[in-house]
Design a protein around this ligand. Structure first.
Ligand code: UTP
Length: 474
């Protein structure tokens, strides 16, 4: 038995190497490499606290929670002068090249049920551009506008890394400079059974899965992305998810608030549309800002309303954040207990090889997977900032194949945005009562990536094309 096998044996995880003698040398190498990457101290802690430990009921947190404050939009009573100051500050930072875009694209996209990296899913109304192309063009447009190219970091996972990188290559990085786009794969965690034993997916392979979007912080550090940013003078990381084509990837007002308040982590809050909406909620707990997952917020709190009839706990978290680079470095290095993101467990069906060497496809959840959530960084941050955003111009994710948050709803929300911009430019356009135009058309981010720039660009056109079905402004 070699040193690695001994280590696993002594920690009660010897089953990982049960079939080692049956494997080819290539398989033995693969299994050993997977095992060597597992932090057994970390795993022991997780098994003790999350698998064998007692998990408290949700209601115990209710008494400690109050809604977190957020800075309202000018349209909802916010200070317009402050928002203007924030915008100017953010624009200055973009001109100075202080900001990088960062997309987490390592998820498995199970709900959408699409075969391929989610970023390669087509979303725009006419050209069916992919999510990756939409973000690339927004980043390109912002870089052109501010006169400074903006680097883009993308986190993938082992199962979609190659396909993601190839997709960018085949599409010439959508007009971005290749050296401005960096990919890195996120970390993996082993799945364990109810006794905390690591499961084998095959005799020569451990059942591993991505460590959650919260794994992005340590992946940013381990991959060298943070050092790259440091070399380039970037100190602000603009974080967004791969599934939201409406996101303002580089929002000057948001960046400005982050800088003006010297924040380590800033977030956007979206007033929840209804109590059951499946987004986390910004709360305060023991004097600290936290995000409480929708499934953990006691029902009486999620339903509670204030005197004005508004939901009391209404600040929805839509996974749009700005991170201070050194804050990522501190948390991502995870050197001490005080600066380590917690793990959460999820009970899942995980196929496994049993002690007789038979592969099982369980019908019921049989295993625990461990994931970190990026919003758990919030209580660690100095001067956290939360600002309000509007749904129409920031959030319409593609999560499900049908129904809410699906390709159909997201396409309609993009059309509504294009129609609003057209109206702002004085174009006559027929819409229904929800603002959905009767024609299908598309404004490319390269033509204009904000309403303000659309109006300018449109007014400067010598010949204005008629707004007809299928029109693409690019
Ligand atoms: P979701 O929570 O929507 O998960 O991820 P998902 O895996 O994409 O989709 P489902 O739940 O299987 O349907 C939110 C964002 O976090 C990223 C996703 O790629 C998405 O941008 N993510 C999630 C990661 O990058 N890594 C992970 O381990 C999990």
């Amino acid at each position: 038995m070699n040193e690695l096998q001994n280590r696993f044996e002594s920690r009660g995880q010897g089953q990982v190497f049960q079939f080692f003698h049956e494997l080819s040398s290539a398989e033995q190498e693969q299994l050993s490499a997977q095992a060597a990457d597992i932090d057994l101290d970390e795993l022991d802690r997780l098994v003790d606290s999350l698998v064998k430990g007692k998990v408290e009921g949700n209601d115990s947190i209710a008494d400690e929670l109050s809604p977190a404050d957020f800075t309202p939009l000018p349209a909802n009573g916010g200070d317009a002068a402050l928002w203007t100051e924030a915008k100017e500050t953010g624009e200055e930072a973009l001109r100075a090249g202080r900001v990088a875009a960062f997309t987490v694209a390592g998820g498995q996209g199970t709900r959408l049920g699409y075969d391929g990296p989610k970023g390669t899913f087509p979303v725009t109304p006419v050209l069916k551009k992919t999510l990756f192309q939409v973000f690339a063009e927004k980043i390109l447009a912002a870089g052109n506008h501010y006169g400074k190219s903006i680097p883009w970091f993308l986190m993938t996972s082992i199962s979609n890394h190659e396909a993601t990188v190839s997709f960018f290559r085949e599409n010439n990085f959508f007009g971005l400079k290749e050296e401005d786009v960096s990919f890195f794969s996120q970390g993996l965690m082993p799945a364990v059974d109810s006794e905390g034993k690591i499961l084998l997916d095959e005799k020569g392979s451990i059942a591993l899965s991505p460590d959650g979007h919260g794994g992005s912080l340590r992946a940013l550090v381990r991959s060298g992305a943070i050092s790259k940013m440091e070399e380039r003078g970037i100190d602000i990381v603009s974080y967004f998810q791969v599934d939201n084509p409406l996101v303002r990837c580089l929002d000057p007002e948001f960046i400005g608030f982050h800088i003006l308040r010297n924040s380590e982590l800033s977030s956007k809050a979206l007033p929840k549309a209804y109590p059951e909406e499946k987004v986390g909620v910004f709360c305060e707990q023991n004097g600290q800002a936290v995000v409480v997952e929708y499934s953990d917020l006691p029902e009486r709190l999620s339903q509670e309303r204030d005197d004005a009839g508004e939901l009391t706990f209404r600040g929805g978290s839509i996974a749009i954040h700005l991170f201070d680079r050194d804050f990522v470095k501190k948390l991502g290095s995870g050197d001490s207990e005080e600066t380590r993101l917690p793990f959460h467990k999820a009970n899942k069906k995980v196929p496994f090889v049993d002690t007789d060497g038979q592969r099982n496809e369980p019908a019921e959840p049989n295993a625990c997977k461990f994931e970190m959530f990026v919003f758990d960084a919030l209580p660690f941050a100095k001067n956290p900032v939360i600002i309000e955003t509007g749904r129409a111009d920031d959030f319409s994710p593609v999560k499900n194949a049908e129904g809410v948050d699906s390709p159909a709803t997201s396409k309609d929300d993009q059309l509504r945005q294009f129609a609003r911009w057209a109206v702002a430019a004085g174009i006559e356009i027929e819409t229904d009562e929800t603002g959905l135009p009767s024609i299908t058309f598309e404004i490319s981010p390269v033509f204009a990536d904000t309403c303000e720039r659309f109006v300018e660009k449109w007014q400067a056109l010598n010949t204005k094309p008629p707004l007809t079905d299928g029109l693409v402004l690019s």
